[in-house]
Design a protein around this ligand. Structure first.
Ligand SMILES: Nc1ncnc2c1ncn2[C@@H]1O[C@H](COP(=O)(O)OP(=O)(O)OP(=O)(O)O)[C@@H](O)[C@H]1O
Length: 567
């Protein structure tokens, strides 16, 4: 066990980061009046012992001491409390409350992504912490899951933001002589990557990345090198995961705006996230859902964001280089950027990127050339092209379907399903259409796309007289003419297919059939009705008929004889 000052004893390392090592420690005796929390002997604390290179820099030590009041007064339920600062010889240490629980990065790795509601509520608490620190003029600048500790009690998780002010120490004059910024590539705001002046909006950007990672399990931008990731922060748009509900995506998208002035303030972010969490939950009522859908209106930017002092350009405007100014020297930039040897990711420690001054063109991130990995039109690092969101595809497909429905008026007489045989007959008559039919049955969706042309001529089919006159006003009329013969084959089919049209079979058959019917009907009447009595005869039906026949023929003979006699 190693003593830290006279008050603390380091017991075991809890973890190591870019700026130092965190130890579990024990309080030996009550701290002095300069400590924010005096503590009790035997109390367990966490102590971050800053790296020797930081502790050995007189500028950093000075800043450390100057900042102590800021670090010590920063108290909030969602901020790990700094209890004391220790400066002793070559040792610089922050004494903090010990948080029993994993950090958010580890938790994510072990448990996978959060539900949208849980992610929104957790990030809302982080935004609360940011709101408090921004109000105090303190910008975190290194927001990432590894800097969120999860205190677990009663089955609940309480997030605590840690490492406040560390980035501020690290880019103190002693370091910024040679370093550009302190941050982690996956979480760095575009303005930080470019070395432009920074404000509290960089923390909102970090919160947006963190929120994205909570619901998806990974940050939106990753790549083979830190430089690649930084390029994406500058120019790539985050790809929307299908699992993120609309209102939550609205929040994420606003936090990740390239322009810091368009990002919400921390207060509004916290409020918006709580509204979203209520509205996307399973028990949400209609008012809560409507409020969540309108979350965009709640995400107003901070009218007076806290500036980050001493950041490149903030203290010395002559150092500010506009985006894209100066020549980009990829070799120089690449050679000094960290993590060029392997993929840059969420697990990266805080990186200290090389400093650039006004005379150093490599300090400014260059505009991403079209075709490079970070270019907006290019594939993003999630492994796919910047496809529209599946919902957008569905929406577009639905829209296309509607458009087709509007255009495609389908007369029942022209319904392909009803006139299937006719289409088969018509095909040989229309050579151009033979190329168009898709493979398969011929009645599928692609073929319906051709229907507007095919069926548009129909009104003109009913007016066979003026084929040429009507063609000009209606462009689809020209393909109509070949269609007219299609109707011809239908008639013969109908004739042969209707067995009930007996008269149509021929006059002789009809007459014979009628004679037979009359004969049978007469016989029935003769036998079954009192007709014989009325006539006063007992003859049979056939006998009576022959009598009547001979009588009639006798009349005709008489008429013929008398006619010839008169002549
Ligand atoms: N107050 C604390 N209580 C308990 N554990 C802590 C505390 N602060 C930090 N730790 C643990 O120590 C580990 C190292 O912390 P540290 O802040 O140095 O590293 P980091 O944030 O992961 O890296 P970097 O310094 O690059 O940001 C963390 O992963 C965390 O689990």
């Amino acid at each position: 066990m190693r003593p830290v000052g006279s008050k603390y004893l380091l017991e075991e390392p809890l973890g190591r980061g870019a700026t130092g090592t965190v130890w579990r420690a024990r309080q030996r005796e009550t701290a002095g009046a300069e400590a924010a929390v005096p503590g009790q002997p035997g109390e367990t604390v966490a102590i971050k012992v800053l790296k020797e290179e930081l502790a050995g820099d007189p500028d950093i030590v000075m800043r450390f001491l100057r900042e102590r009041s800021v670090l010590l007064r920063l108290t909030h339920p969602n901020i790990v409390r700094v209890r004391d600062l220790v400066v002793e010889g070559e040792l610089l240490a922050l004494v903090m409350d010990l948080v029993e629980g994993p950090d958010l990065h580890r938790y994510l790795r072990e448990n996978g992504p959060f539900t949208p509601v849980a992610a929104a509520l957790l990030t809302a608490q982080i935004a609360d912490a940011l709101a408090a620190s921004h109000a105090d003029g303190v910008v975190h600048r290194d927001l990432k899951p590894a800097n969120v500790l999860l205190k677990q009690y009663d089955g609940r998780m309480h997030p605590l933001l840690t490492d406040f002010g560390i980035a501020r120490l690290a880019d103190s004059p002693g370091l910024t002589r040679t370093q550009e910024f302190v941050g982690t590539p996956a979480y760095v705001a575009p303005e930080s990557a470019e070395g432009r002046p920074q404000t509290s909006a960089v923390d909102i950007y970090g919160a947006g990345i963190l929120l994205y990672e909570l619901v998806t399990g990974r940050p939106p931008f990753s790549g083979g090198s830190a430089l690649e990731v930084l390029h994406q922060h500058l120019s790539a748009e985050p790809r929307r995961p299908s699992t993120v509900p609309d209102p939550l995506w609205t929040v994420i998208e606003r936090c990740l705006r390239k322009n810091p002035d368009e990002r919400p303030s921390a207060v509004n972010l916290a409020r918006g996230l709580r509204v979203v969490a209520e509205g996307i939950g399973v028990h949400a009522n209609s008012a809560q859902i409507a409020a969540a859908e309108g979350v965009g209106a709640l995400l107003a930017p901070d009218p007076a964001p806290a500036p980050v002092p001493d950041t490149p350009g903030a203290a010395d405007p002559t150092q500010v280089l506009p985006h894209g100014a100066g020549a980009y020297d990829p070799n120089a930039a690449t050679s000094v950027l960290p993590h060029t040897g392997g993929p840059a990711g969420a697990a990266d420690p805080t990186a200290v990127l090389p400093h650039r001054g006004a005379a150093d063109p490599t300090a400014v991130m260059p505009p991403v050339p079209p075709g490079s990995p970070g270019h907006p039109g290019q594939q993003n690092q999630q492994g796919g092209p910047e496809d529209p969101h599946p919902w957008q595809n569905q929406l577009r497909a639905a829209r296309d379907r509607n458009e087709q429905t509007q255009v495609q008026y389908l007369d029942p007489n022209e319904d392909p399903l009803r006139r299937r045989p006719q289409r088969q007959v018509a095909r040989p008559q229309q050579p151009p259409r033979r190329q168009a039919p898709p493979p398969g049955p011929g009645y599928g969706y692609p073929q319906q796309q051709q229907q507007p042309q095919q069926y548009a001529p129909q009104p003109q089919q009913q007016r066979p007289q003026p084929p040429q006159r009507y063609a000009p006003p209606a462009p689809p009329a020209q393909p109509q003419q070949p269609q007219r013969p299609q109707r011809e084959p239908r008639q013969p089919r109908q004739r042969s297919a209707n067995p009930m049209r007996i008269p149509g079979l021929g006059c002789l058959k009809g007459c014979l059939f009628t004679i037979v019917i009359l004969f049978v009907a007469g016989w029935l009447i003769w036998e079954l009705s009192p007709l014989q009595e009325w006539i006063g005869t007992t003859k049979g039906y056939w006998e009576q008929l022959t009598d009547w026949f001979s009588t009639v023929t006798g009349w005709f003979e008489q008429l013929g004889g008398s006619g010839s006699g008169t002549n």
